[in-house]
Structures are given as structure tokens and as C-alpha cells.
Design a protein around this ligand. Sequence first.
Ligand code: PEP
Length: 251
Amino acid sequence: SAQIKPLVAGNWKMNGLKANQSEFYKMIAGISEDLADQVDAMICAPATLLATLADKAGNGAMSVGGQDCHAAVSGAHTGDISAEMLADAGARAVIVGHSERRTDHGEGDEDVNAKAQAAWRAGLIAIICVGETEAERKAGQAIDVVARQLDGSVPDGATAANTVIAYEPVWAIGTGLTPTAGDVEEMHKAMRDNLEARFASEGAAMRLLYGGSVKPGNARELMAVANVDGALVGGASLKADDFLGILDAYS
Ligand code: PEP
């Protein structure tokens, strides 16, 4: 969709010490004004680094996001982080429903839905992740599974401004495997139809990211697929050269 400004969001997961801040600064330095006009770039950093990185992101070439949030504003939830805390640290967005949260922490669509609403409450963009397992794809259920996740995880009130959808086939995350461009196109078209049916023009304008083993070598092909409005990038977002190589798909 030509009028949608794409987003390339990195997900550092549980990686990144103070020493790794320099990669973030290299990314900022590597994003020209021309490139920043073409694509939004973001790093979803560990909470421990958010405030520092956000302070350095001031020139607008990059923004920072969180990787998960609790649904509540505050309270007796030891170890959890609220969307308000992420916003307070300078985050602009938060990933919710990543498959590692769904698997490692047993989060279901209802939890993800509540977290997306928490993100909005705090003024953050919710980056809502969906995606089928390998077994579901082999059984021919990928489209149905993702439709069910969208229905359950995306709250009423989603707009193109407050929500980004990330399609991340679980079997493609961190494996080096990617779906064919044709499979990505089919899924993204199905997601677009689903979101347009529910959110009309907002669904038509919502950014739909592809995620799963995006690298500099495959970014151009994947980013050229219809209804792919950017990428969610794990491993290749840890190094500035790789991340900038992916952004290069938009140069
Ligand atoms: C992710 O987990 O969001 C992801 C896309 O990981 P990777 O790029 O490492 O496959």
C-alpha cells in the first residue's frame, strides 16, 4: 500500500547491556534524512536500556519501544512493567503477544487484547503479534489460526495510528527459515481483508509487518510483497550493520 509509511522495528529480546548502546547510536548515525523520510525505524529494547536509548533518539531518526507490558496501570505485580512505565521511560510503542510471550508465559488472545488496550491507555502504539506454528501451517490452518488471533487479540477501537500488526510465523522466528513471498502475500492479503472488514479505512491503513528471519539478504524481496508495510526483526536488529542493511530495502 503505497501511502502507508513502513516501519522497521527491531526486537532485541533479552539481549543488550549498557555496552550494546553503541549499536543503537551507530544505527542513528546510519539513517540519512532521506531514509528517515521513507521508513520509520524503532528498537524495542530491554526495559533496562529504554530510558537511556530514548534520550539519545531525540533527532527523530529512531524511536524506542518496549517488548511487553502488564495490563494494569500499577500495583502488586512484582517484576512486571506497565505501559505507563514504558511511556515514562520514553517508549513510543510496545510489542504485545509475541510468540515467546504466548509460549513462555502462557499468554492467550484475551491477555494480548488487554495489553494492547493498556498500551493505548498509556499513549503507546500496540505492535500486536500473530502467527501460526509449523504444525498449523502443515495442516493447512495458517490463515484460520491468524484470523482467530486477530479477532481475539486486536481490541475494538484499533486505528492505523494506535496499532501495528506483525505477522510472525512461529517456525520462521530465529530459524533462518522464511515463508515464500507467495505465502506472505496470501497471509497479508487475508489479514488486510480481515482488518478492513472490522475497522474499515483504519484497517486499510494499518501497518502490517512481516517478522521471522528477516535479514539484509532477504529484506528487499519480503518488503516488496503487497500489504507488507515493514518488518519486525529479531536477531538481525542487534547489530547496526545488519539493521541498516534491512532498512536499505527502503533506500
Ligand atoms: C522476532 O522474534 O520478533 C523475530 C522476528 O526474530 P528473528 O528475526 O530473529 O527471526
